[in-house]
Design a protein around this ligand. Structure first.
Ligand SMILES: Cc1cc2nc3c(=O)[nH]c(=O)nc-3n(C[C@H](O)[C@H](O)[C@H](O)COP(=O)(O)O)c2cc1C
Length: 151
């Protein structure tokens, strides 16, 4: 059994629905999942090294920006050596905006630059996840489990 950390930011619940689909999928496959939200739970960057993989979910704010509540974590990522840590990055955005899911891209690039072991694709959903998007969430986590088993 693996131990997974789910960290997410969500204001209107869309990214949260994605996270919930992923958490259910992981638990159904017998994995342990610790869940934290950026706005309510204290999150230290050191703790991310204790897990098999870290899933990071974020919505996107103005002009493709990070939500303010994830900024500290994003900045502090460089304070730990994440080179042997596995990550997967996802989130809800709105295709109406020029930088659709820009915060997902920012996290992906940040982890890549810092040498983290990244699932080699991101998952973005347009607004509220539909049934088909829930399946994409499950497929995303299935790929993460395979990726972790190839470590
Ligand atoms: C002021 C504002 C700015 C936004 N800017 C973007 C943006 O630049 N790119 C994007 O993809 N979505 C943008 N969004 C849309 C949100 O990311 C989208 O509604 C998302 O589904 C919210 O996720 P949540 O329900 O998890 O909070 C913006 C929303 C608001 C209210």
């Amino acid at each position: 059994m693996g131990r997974y950390l789910m960290l997410y930011a969500s204001t209107t619940g869309n990214t949260e629905l994605m996270a919930e689909a992923m958490i259910s999928f992981l638990k159904d496959r017998g994995q342990e999942v610790i869940v934290k939200t950026f706005d309510f739970d204290p999150i230290s960057v050191e703790e991310i090294l204790d897990y098999h993989a870290v899933l990071i979910g974020t919505y996107t704010w103005d002009d493709g920006s990070l939500p303010y509540e994830v900024e500290d974590f994003y900045e502090e990522l460089e304070d730990v050596d994440i080179r042997s840590q596995t990550f997967a990055v996802f989130g809800s955005g709105d295709t109406f905006y020029e930088f659709f899911g820009g915060a997902v891209d920012l996290f992906y690039e940040r982890i890549h630059e810092l040498g983290g072991r990244l699932l080699p694709f991101k998952l973005k959903v347009d607004l509220e996840p539909k049934d088909e998007d829930v399946r994409r969430c499950e497929d995303f986590v299935d790929k993460l489990l395979q990726f972790c088993s190839n470590e």
